[in-house]
Write a protein that binds this ligand. Structure first.
Ligand code: CA
Length: 229
C-alpha cells in the first residue's frame, strides 16, 4: 500500500443504499464513513476530512445540494471531490444549472461499476499516489504502482514509511503539512504516534533523496511542519 487508503464519506438517508455503497467501497479498498443526513455530513467533513464525498440529492432537512454548496464554499474543504447521486436525470440538469460545484453526477439507479469508475477518476486527480499513479517533482519520480522512486534516473532505496511520506508530499507540492496531518495520512488516524517520530522519518527521507547528490527538496516550515519545495 502506497499510502493510507482514501477515505470516502457516503451521505445517504436510505439505510439499504448506504450499506450497498459501504460494501462496494470497502471491497475496492477504501475507508468508508457514513452519514444519514446533511448535518451529520457536515460534522464528518470537518472531523474526518474525507478524500471524496458520495452525496445523495434527496436528504431530509439539509438537502444534498445545500451540503454540496457548503463544502464548496469553505476554502478548507472545497478541494474535496463530490459525486452527487440523484433519482432523475432532470435533477442532474438542475444541479448543473445551479452550479453547486459538484464534480460529477450519477443518476439512480446507477451501476456500481460505473460509480466506482467515476470515483477512481476523481481520486486519480486528488490522491494520485494512493491510486497507483506515477508522480514527478523536479528530478524525482515516484511510481506508486511499481513502488519505486528515482532521482535523476537513479533508483533510490526508501523504507515503507519514507515511501508513504514522500508519496503524500508529492501529491501536493508546495503544500505545508502539519506534523499531525502527516501522521494522519502516513500512519493512519487510529494509530498513536508521537509527532517527533515524523521528524525522524523526514530526516531519513531527506538522506535517501540526497543519496546520489542533489539539493534537499523537503523544506522545514518553522513552527508548522514540512513541505515539498
Ligand atoms: Ca435519499
Amino acid at each position: 500500500m502506497a499510502q493510507t487508503q482514501p477515505c470516502v464519506l457516503v451521505v445517504e438517508d436510505e439505510g439499504a443504499q448506504r450499506e450497498v455503497l459501504k460494501y462496494n467501497l470497502e471491497a475496492e479498498g477504501f475507508d468508508v464513513v457514513l452519514a444519514e443526513n446533511g448535518d451529520e455530513a457536515m460534522l464528518l467533513v470537518a472531523e474526518e476530512q474525507p478524500d471524496l464525498i458520495v452525496l445523495d440529492w434527496m436528504l431530509p432537512n439539509v438537502s444534498g445540494i445545500e451540503v454540496c454548496r457548503r463544502v464548496k464554499a469553505d476554502p478548507s474543504t472545497r478541494q474535496i471531490p463530490i459525486i452527487m447521486l440523484s433519482a432523475r436525470s432532470e435533477e442532474v440538469d438542475r444541479v448543473r444549472g445551479l452550479e453547486t460545484g459538484a464534480d460529477d453526477y450519477v443518476v439512480k439507479p446507477y451501476s456500481v461499476v460505473e460509480l466506482m469508475a467515476r470515483l477512481r477518476t476523481q481520486l486519480r486527480r486528488t490522491r494520485p499516489a494512493s491510486m497507483g499513479e506515477r508522480l514527478s517533482f523536479g528530478d524525482i519520480i515516484l511510481d506508486a504502482g511499481e513502488h519505486r522512486v528515482f532521482r535523476g534516473g537513479q533508483p533510490l532505496h526508501l523504507g515503507p514509511t519514507e515511501f508513504r511520506l514522500l508519496s503524500t508530499l508529492m501529491e501536493k507540492p508546495g503544500r505545508v503539512w502539519t506534523r499531525e496531518q502527516l501522521l494522519d495520512r502516513v500512519w493512519g488516524r487510529d494509530i498513536y504516534v508521537d509527532t517527533r517520530t515524523i521528524d525522524v522519518h523526514v530526516g531519513r527521507l531527506r538522506k535517501a533523496l540526497m543519496a546520489h547528490g542533489g539539493d534537499n527538496p523537503v523544506r522545514t516550515v518553522r513552527g508548522t511542519g514540512y513541505s515539498l519545495g
